[in-house]
Structure formats: C-alpha cells, structure tokens
Design a protein around this ligand. Structure first.
Ligand code: ZN
Length: 487
C-alpha cells in the first residue's frame, strides 16, 4: 500500500517514495530539556510515533532520529538572551547537565506512558559540537556566513541572492526586512534577519567549547542540520516537527544545508499542528499551561479529573495531525468513553462463536483502516472504520451476523494489530499512571477533609493535613474557590 504525505515544502500531498527503499530515514526535532514535558510535547511525539509505526507495519526499515536540545536554545527562540538550560540551572543552582539529565528522564517517562516508541537514535546537541563546527566552517568557506567579534552569523541576504530564503514557510525576505527593526550599528549582525551559527560566550556563560572563532556555543539551528545528516545521510527522507518550528528553525536548517553542500537535505517536510486549550493558545502567562503529569493526575485547576495517558493518546489520534486540536474536559471525557468502547470490543471478540458461513467481509476492516492511515495519516477516518467494526463485533456476539472460524481468527488478528500495534493504544494503564492517578485522588480527598476541618473551626487538624502533605513535597495553596495543590 502506498503512503501519501503532505509535504510542507511543496504544499501538497505527495506519494511517499523512500530514497533508498526499504530504508527510511526520519528526523524529528525533539524537546529542549529545561522543564516538565507538557501537552505541546505530546502531539509531535504521537504524530511521528504513528508514522513510525505505520511505516514499520508496511515493512519499511525505519531509522528514526529524535534529538535532545541541551545547548544553544536561547530565550524567546532568538539569538539574544540567556540559554534556556543555563537559566534553569542558575535558578535551581544545579549544573546545566543535571538539568538536562533530569528533564530527559522526565521526558522519557512521559513518552513511555504515552506508548510512544523510543527513537532509533537520540543524539544530544552538546555531544555534536565538532560536527556543528565543521558545518559552520563549510558555510563560511562558501561565503554564506561572516565572523563578527568571535561569533559567526548566517548571511541571509547573500544566501537569498542565490537561493530562496523563506521557501518552506512561504515568507518573503523583503517583507521580513521591512518588518524587523533596524540595527543600531552597535550589534554584531549585519542584518536583523541573520541568525547565529556560533555565539561567543560571555565570561559568565557556563556551557562553552573551543572553536576557531571563540570559546562559545553553537546556534540553535545548527544542531539539527549537523545531526540529521550525520545519522541519516544526505539527502534523507522525512524531517518532522511541530508547526511552531517551521520558522525560523526549519527554514534556517534548509538554508544551512544548502549553503554548506549546495543541495537540500530533506525530501519530505512534515509538520503537526498545534494544541489549543479551550480555544486558546497554551502559554505560561495565560495560566493554561498543562504538564503531562498534571493531566495524568488531574492536578491542574482547569482539569475536572485525571486523564490516563491512553486517553490523551486516543484523543490526539482522533484528529488528523494537520488540524488544530482543542483540549477541553468534555472532549477528553468523550475520548475516554470512545477508547473504552474500542478496547472492550477486543474482549467481545473472544466471546464470539464461529459459524459455517461469514455474513461479513473481515478483510475490509484492514483495507479501509490502512487506506485511511496511508492517506496522510488520516487517523480519525481509521478510528471511524474501527468504530463501525465495534458495532459489527457486537452484532456477531449477539448472533445477528455470522463469521467462520478462519475469518474470526483473521478478524481478531487484524483488530488487535490496528488498535495495539499501529495506533499504539494499550489496554491497561501503566502502573506508574495508575499510581499517579490514585495519589492525585488521595491528595484531593485529604484536602476536602481539610476544608471540612476548617469549616468546623478545627484548625489544628487543618494545619496538620497541610503540614504533613508539605513533608511529602505537596504544596497546598488556598484559593478563593477552595484549594489548589502541586507536587
Ligand atoms: Zn530541530
């Protein structure tokens, strides 16, 4: 079966033809590890996990590379400001690599709970400084970058004279130039649209490496160009990530590869759309920033209950990856019910008694569901096909439809392959999430008792509950409608 994918670069659906079949190289931009994994991390992870699983199901041999950004990602995604990891390390009084290690573990835990398969290779930016320096040297040698006070910047205008800066995002350089601020002559950059390939480190900057230009660190975009080519060759098949990375990150990646080698490194650019919460963009300042742990435990004021990792996964799969996805309690509760129905049908299958003849065409399930997934990962249609079969499975169990023994075996195999292997759904919640959910419920119960104690003016008990919870690392906050808590 052929897969079609929407290629962001050509802005159309294209039949996917690997450069070197049956091998497929796929690179996906991973997290910058300086905080707890949140909702925004779940969507790209689940989108590209589905693509990874589908390609493997179709017998491709996939090398899936997803990086860990542990250096060079400055605040506000710009070339100025503090390194995100160094800042967190300063605030927590830890070594930057302690921050990286801690949040990498947290990210892995969350991915495991969401049943996202681990990538084949997970390279770190800080482990590939030499490769990045080599890339920058090539770009400099080809005349598309310049050194300025120990830093190296990509010369966007020079590049755009020969190639097209903005081809991925559809931006036009002239427009960008007219909307960006003028440089005051004090800055290192020749032009405000230029981006850093290498930054000279200030004397108090901790994460630094020697280079031909200065002791410093690579710019954020250099790592993905250097590491994708190192592990997947050039060109490679698929580069994925969230739509928020399209500009400047991926646009700069294209410019870097072309400037270094004269050719583009990527065949298909695939981008997942964003998650909104009750119609709003998620953001720390908006108070709707939800971490995955908060979702799994129900520990956020916007959540009416805890949602299992599988509910989150199923909820995300119910939307096609290129459409926006809005989070609300109602939508999540509906997803929870739908997921349970889908999983219950697998158990119903074992109760069906076979007949002499089949009144249903079991092969249709496989064909229609896979066809939907192969059509630019149309998971909502695939799930709709499965729901049609849930009805058929129930009719079979009630004896309203019939199936032969051979067809029944085939149906069981097809159904479980689609639900468990391809969509990556799991029956039982992992032990970790069950415990987390239970812990959340127990904390809520204690805090309800504390409210009761306060109402009864039993302040000794109410303080005791708060202090004991504090000892376990649970911070209790009194709010005007009751209480809030965090671990
Ligand atoms: Zn990247």
């Amino acid at each position: 079966m052929n897969i079609t994918l929407f290629n962001t670069l050509t802005r159309k659906k294209e039949e996917f033809k690997p450069i070197n079949p049956p091998y497929v190289g796929m690179y996906v931009c991973g997290p910058t590890v300086y905080g707890d994994p949140h909702l925004g991390h779940a969507r790209p992870a689940i989108t590209f996990d589905l693509l990874f699983r589908l390609l493997k199901h179709l017998d491709y041999k996939v090398r899936y590379v997803r990086n860990i950004t542990d250096v060079g990602h400055l605040e506000n995604d710009a070339d100025e400001g503090e390194d995100k990891i160094a800042k967190k390390a300063r605030l927590e009084q830890l070594e930057p690599m302690e921050i990286v290690q801690y949040y990498t573990y947290r990210y892995h835990d969350a991915m495991r709970m969401l049943n996202a398969l681990p990538p084949s290779i997970e390279p770190r930016a800080s482990g590939h400084i030499i490769e990045q320096i080599e890339l920058i040297k090539k770009i400099l040698a080809n005349g598309f970058a310049y050194e300025s006070n120990g830093s190296v910047y990509f010369d966007v205008e020079r590049y755009n004279k020969q190639y097209n800066y903005g081809k991925l995002s559809g931006r036009v350089l002239e427009d960008m130039l007219s909307t960006t601020r003028d440089l005051d002559g004090q800055e290192e950059k020749r032009n405000s649209v230029d981006f850093a390939l290498w930054k000279k480190a200030d004397s108090d900057h901790i994460m630094r490496w020697p280079s031909p230009w200065s002791d410093g660190f690579p710019g954020w975009h250099a790592e993905c160009s250097a590491m994708s080519i190192k592990y997947l060759g050039e060109p490679f098949d698929i580069h994925g990530g969230g739509m928020d990375l399209l500009f400047p990150h991926h646009e700069c990646e294209i410019a870097q590869s072309v400037a270094a080698s004269g050719k583009e490194a990527v065949r298909y650019w695939v981008h997942n759309n964003m998650v909104t919460i009750n119609g709003q963009k998620m953001g720390k300042s908006l108070g709707n920033f939800i971490t995955l742990e908060e979702l799994f435990t129900g520990g956020h004021k916007l959540l009416e209950q805890a949602y299992s990792p599988m509910t989150i996964r199923f909820f995300m799969l119910q939307a096609q990856y290129r459409s926006t996805l809005d989070f609300s309690n109602e939508a999540l509760q509906a997803a929870e019910k739908g997921l349970n129905r889908l999983l219950a049908a697998q158990k119903t299958l074992s109760k069906i008694k076979s007949s002499e003849k089949s009144s249903v065409d079991v092969n249709r399930l496989k064909v229609e569901a896979l066809e939907a997934l192969c059509d630019d990962l149309n998971s909502p249609i695939a799930i709709a096909v499965l729901f049609d079969w849930v009805k058929i499975i129930n009719s079979l169990a009630e004896g309203k439809e019939t199936v032969t023994e051979g067809d029944l075996k085939a149906l069981e195999a097809i159904y479980s392959t689609l639900v468990y292997d391809v969509l990556g759904l799991e029956d039982s919640k992992s032990e970790g999430s069950e415990h987390a959910e239970l812990t959340g419920k127990l904390i809520e119960m204690l805090l309800e008792m504390r409210v009761q104690a306060k109402t009864n003016k039993d302040y000794a008990t109410s303080d005791k509950i708060r202090d004991e919870l504090n000892k376990f690392g649970v911070k209790v906050m009194d709010t005007k409608d009751g209480f809030d808590w965090e671990v």
